[in-house]
Each structure stands twice: as C-alpha cells, then as structure tokens.
Design a protein around this ligand. Structure first.
Ligand code: NZQ
Ligand code: ZN
Length: 389
C-alpha cells in the first residue's frame, strides 16, 4: 500500500432477512417528522411500502410522502423534494428504493436547508456543504449503485444537459437496511443492469495505478469473481437468496471506500455513461456494459500487466503459449462474452439509442478524468462511442 490514504465509512448497515427489525430502533434516534422518498411505485407492488409504513406508524412518526422519483433523478425533482422537506420540517429523509431514490434523497437533504444555486456550488464546483444536511436513511430495493453506503448523489440537470455527482461525508446514509429478499421483484433487465454497475465500480478502481502488491487489487479480484459466479445463479433462479445476498453485499462494498486505499481510480467509463445518460434516459449499468469493452480495448495497452492479470485471475485464461497482448485481450473478450451471456446490452443501439447523430456532442461535453492508465481525449471518447454503437 504505497500510496497514503484515508478510510472512513459512517453508514450503519443492517443486513439480511431480519434487517427490517432494526428500522424501529434506529428510527427512535430521530425526530418525529419523516420525509418518505420513493420512486415510481414498485415498492407499493412488492409490499415494501406497507412494511415500512407499518414501522413508521408504530414509531409514531408523522410521514410526508415524496413520491415519483424517476430513474436518473433530475435537479428539478431535488428542488421539489427540498421544498417538501422544509414544509414538513423533516427530521429524517427515509429513502426506499434503488440508487435513484437514495441519490435524490441525499441531494434533497442539502436542498432542504440551503437556498441559492446549489447545482453550481455542489455539482459543478464540488464544494463541501457548509450547511447541516438533514440525515438520510435507506431501505434498499435494488442493488448496483452502492448509494446506500456512499456519499455520492448523482443528479441530472435537464436544462444544461449534464449529469454529475456531488460527494460528501455529510450525505452518506446514516443507516441502510439491506434485505436481499426485497430485490426478488426487480425485473431481469434492471437486475443485470445493476450487476454490471457493480462490476464497473470495481473495474474503475482496479484498472488504475498504483499497481504494486496491494490488498485493494486482491480484494477487487475476489469481489469480481463473486459477482460473476452469482450473476449466473441469480439469472438461473432470481429467488436464490445466496446469490442475491452476495450480489447485494458486493454492491455495497464496491463503493464503500474499502477498495480505494492505495488506488488513483479511473472512472472514465462512468464519465462517458453519465454524459450519455444526460442525453438519453437509459439504465445506468446497461450504458456501462455497452461502453466498457470498447473503452478497455483502447486503453489496455497502457496498463498491459494489469489487464493480463485480470484475464488470468478473474476469467481463468490460461497464459501458456500466449503473448501478453493476447492474454490481456482474451480477458476483455471474456468480459464482452459475459455481457452477452448475462443478457446485458452489448451495444448502444441495443440500449435504444436510435442513431449516432448526438454522439459527437456527447463526446465533446464528456468530463475527462486522469486517474486511469491513459487519459482520454474528446476524440477518443467519440471513437469509443462509435465503436460501442
Ligand atoms: O421507480 P421505482 O419504483 O423505484 O422502480 C425502479 C426503477 O424503475 C425499479 N426498482 C427498484 N427496486 C425494485 C424495482 N422494481 C421492482 N422491484 C424492486 N425491488 O428499478 C428501476 C431502476 O431503479 P433505479 O433506482 O433508477 O436504478 P439504480 O439503482 O441502478 O440507480 C441508478 C441511478 O444511480 C446513479 C445512476 O447514475 C442513476 O442515476 N448512480 C449512483 C451512484 C452512487 N450514488 O454512488 C453511483 C453509480 O455509478 C451511479 O452513477
Ligand atoms: Zn455506476
């Protein structure tokens, strides 16, 4: 671990079939006004809404509902939630859903206590909150983003067509209820989208310096192998508790900070996907799946030893009689095969993007990071988008 690091994760996690039993005791630590944040209604269909409401009622909470949070939540929705949280003097925002609901709740926790142009201050200039955000708690219903155990709030500004994240320790969920059974009702398309998101989070950290012998890379390989194994099991039987629980915990761990020590971190695939998402309202993980093979085929040469190691340790490629380039490329091919076999979207066309007319605009406005093995130019982003089409 040659690079110095800081590690801190303030989220208290309750995991398993009985996780909901912890909601009442944990709620007692907050005041009586609760803003209940949720999405388009899946929690009403699968019974999670009734379970949560029953606990809130038993605890004597005054509940105000903030419903209709859309996938890829917008800044306008954040401001709507902020106004609602103020009106009900929320003591706690309880987010029940996937990454979109939890991200929106985190953003609302700031919008509820601060006026002004929050978009510029927090999402564009990435400043630290100088306010005291309202505490957020999460009941997770879909895995992938890791939002339940991290400090990111990814929001789309529809007016300026830009999707980006604000991050701070102050907006980490204070607690997260993780019951893998709550994910049984997630449609297969969303399930595999979330699964690729997990893999991508791990790869964004893994495919970056430093590369000396370090725990983060070993841990990343173990997590990737677990995700790959359990994807097959969850596809075979969506109610396989072991598979669903491993995927859920892998998802939370991937962005919890535990993989980051010693790593510079890349995040370029996410930058491209986020900008794609600002133009086309697509499932986040599916966008990552469509872009990743083309991205890694372009950059692997700059991090060849690591891509070789990925092929051997994660995908079981036999290096005997093969050159380094061939082994490394076989690892990326195995990733592309996994995407197809797991019924993820292998191309942007399959994602529903009708034509290539806006790819140039997306490439031009895409944020460029310098954490990976090869800092991209906007022209290379366009090349990746075209190859992914
Ligand atoms: O609208 P609801 O009713 O919640 O339905 C959702 C939505 O339609 C549905 N769903 C969720 N749980 C379900 C369910 N349907 C049936 N049964 C259940 N148990 O699934 C659909 C997608 O949900 P969403 O929350 O949008 O998906 P996800 O968790 O993938 O979140 C995506 C958002 O998170 C951001 C993405 O950019 C995107 O905006 N990300 C957040 C990150 C973070 N906070 O750290 C990191 C990620 O890289 C990502 O950028
Ligand atoms: Zn992601």
């Amino acid at each position: 671990m040659n690079r110095d690091f800081e590690f801190f994760n303030p989220t208290q996690v309750f995991f398993g079939r009985s996780a909901m039993e912890n909601l009442a005791p944990v709620l007692s630590m907050y005041g009586e006004n609760v803003l209940l944040a949720y999405g388009g209604g899946s929690i009403r269909k699968n019974g999670v809404y009734d379970q949560v409401m029953a606990v809130l009622k038993t605890c004597g909470k005054k509940v105000t509902e903030f419903a209709g949070i859309m996938p890829n939540p917008t800044y306008a929705k954040v401001l709507e939630g902020g106004a609602l949280a103020r009106a009900c003097s929320a003591d706690l925002i309880l987010a029940v859903g996937g990454g979109s609901v939890i991200d929106c709740a985190k953003a609302v926790s700031i919008a509820a206590v601060e006026d002004g142009d929050l978009w510029t201050k927090y999402w564009l200039e990435k400043r630290q909150p100088d306010c005291d955000p309202i505490p957020v708690g999460a009941v997770l219903t879909m895995v992938g983003t890791g939002s339940e155990m991290d400090g990111d709030a990814v929001i789309t500004n529809e007016e300026t067509k830009f999707k980006t994240s604000c991050w701070d320790y102050a907006i980490y969920p204070r607690f997260a209820i993780l019951n893998p059974e709550f994910t049984y009702s997630v449609p297969e398309y969303q399930m595999v989208s979330g699964i690729f998101d997990i893999l991508s989070h791990i790869m964004e950290i893994y495919f970056s310096p430093d590369d000396e012998d370090n725990i983060s890379d070993d841990f990343a390989e173990a997590l990737m192998k677990s995700v790959i194994r359990n994807t097959a099991a969850a596809l075979e039987n969506p109610r396989d508790y072991t598979a669903r629980s491993n995927l859920m915990w892998a998802s939370s761990l991937a962005l919890s900070g535990i993989l980051s020590p010693g790593k510079r971190e890349d995040w370029e695939v996410h930058q491209i996907q986020h900008q794609l998402g600002a133009y086309y309202d697509c499932a986040h993980g599916m966008g990552l799946a469509a872009i990743s093979p083309a991205y890694y085929r372009l950059v692997y040469i700059y991090g060849l030893p690591k891509f070789r190691r990925f092929a051997i340790n994660v995908w079981g490629i036999d290096p005997a009689g093969k050159g380094d380039l061939e082994v490394a490329m076989a690892g990326i091919d195995a990733l592309a095969d996994f995407i197809k076999e797991s019924r993820m979207t292998p191309t942007l066309r399959a994602l529903g993007i009708p034509d290539e007319s806006r790819l140039e605009e997306i490439a031009k406005t895409c944020n460029l990071r310098k954490g990976g093995y090869h800092p991209l130019s906007h022209e290379e982003v366009l090349q990746i988008l075209r190859e992914s089409f």
